[in-house]
Design a protein around this ligand. Structure first.
Ligand code: GDP
Length: 331
């Protein structure tokens, strides 16, 4: 398959801005654009362009004549950090979304892709979660601030689409993992958190490692480079105002994940489960019929993805450091 067959609508010399290029998702999108030969990709560090500063964002869009925007910037963090900083999560994500979407609308951007997250669907959504579940019930209280901001971002794209005919679309990814993830011991999501714990247990030659919860909950995991491929497909040919789920459609138990992690990290000891830690939702998996119809499917299986993520984490030194579990302009 040639490049042009893959991305028929997206010219290879278009001026593309990736907002949030340093994070898990943004860095994967930059890698994917590079792989496919897009030659005019723009990124800005936070010091160069503060996305919370509306005037600066307006100036940037006025000067740079940007044609395509991947808006994956935002404040992210695991459940603990999210729950205790809800005002910051709400304000920062809302402001970044509003500033970038408005500037894109004002300055003639051809197309914009915004990303939500499967955790902004209602707490009690029927599984697998369909796109129609959005706003159909109460949110998970621990990340209400984050979810509200992201829902507004999604809806802002939809409203610009419907009112002004803007090609602003949004994607709803499942749990992603990979290079540039947050490997904080307590504030991260399950894959990087568990990877750190297994790695440390191996280093310390411990007889056992403890995994949070009962091991029974089921989760769906997507390697972030697969998501980036989906993001390019959506940018190329998804034109609906409503969001589109991106996931594998398959889920595994946390116990299964732990067993795979044990193999990948080559930890010899026993796996214990700490049932005093919360399980969270018993199941969270997306209905992926729509994205399948667009012709995308994931290529990186869980074991291969874990191996790649582990290798990146070792090379980058992320498992050696203990850092604060938040990154603006990330996932
Ligand atoms: P969730 O998908 O929003 O529930 O977010 P998480 O990724 O934080 O957790 C998913 C599941 O993994 C929950 O059932 C956790 O109890 C379980 N889990 C097991 N070990 C860990 C760990 O080391 N870190 C985290 N965050 N979750 C873990």
């Amino acid at each position: 398959m040639t490049r042009t067959q893959v991305f028929a609508q997206l010219p290879f010399d278009s001026r593309i801005f990736v907002a949030g290029h340093a994070g898990l998702v943004g860095s994967a999108i930059v890698r994917a654009l590079g792989r496919h030969g897009f030659s005019n990709v723009m990124v800005r560090t936070r010091a160069e362009l503060d996305l919370l500063d509306q005037a600066a964002v307006q100036r940037f869009f006025a000067q740079e004549e940007i044609e395509y925007v991947f808006l994956v910037a935002g404040k992210v963090g695991g459940i603990l950090y999210n729950a205790s900083h809800q005002a910051d999560f709400l304000y920062e994500n809302l402001t970044i979304s509003a500033n970038v979407i408005k500037a894109a609308a004002d300055h003639g951007v051809e197309k914009l892709l915004y990303t939500g997250s499967s955790c902004i669907y209602p707490k009690l959504s029927p599984q697998p979660i369909r796109e129609e579940s959005l706003l159909s019930g109460p949110l998970e209280p621990t990340n209400e601030g984050y979810a509200l901001a992201k829902i507004v971002g999604l809806k802002l794209c939809e409203k610009y689409h419907r009112q002004y005919g803007k090609r602003f679309v949004s994607a709803m990814p499942t749990n992603m993992y990979g290079p540039n993830d947050n490997f904080h011991p307590d504030h991260s999501h399950v894959i990087p958190g568990m990877m750190r714990r297994f790695h440390e247990a191996k280093e310390q030659k411990a007889g056992s490692v403890t995994v949070w919860g009962s091991g029974m909950p089921r989760r769906e995991f997507l390697y972030v480079d697969d998501f980036a491929e989906a993001a390019l497909v959506i940018m190329d040919r998804y034109e609906e105002p409503t969001t589109i789920n991106v996931g594998t459609g398959d889920d595994v138990t946390i116990r299964h994940l732990a067993e795979q992690m044990q193999d990948v990290v080559a930890f010899q000891g026993e796996i214990l489960f700490d049932t005093s830690k919360p399980d969270g939702m018993i199941r969270k998996v997306l209905d992926v019929s729509r994205i399948r119809e667009l012709g995308w499917q994931p290529c990186v299986g869980l074991v291969e993805g874990l191996a790649r993520a582990y290798s990146w984490a070792l090379r980058s030194g992320k498992l050696a450091e203990s850092r604060v579990a938040t990154e603006t302009q990330a996932r």
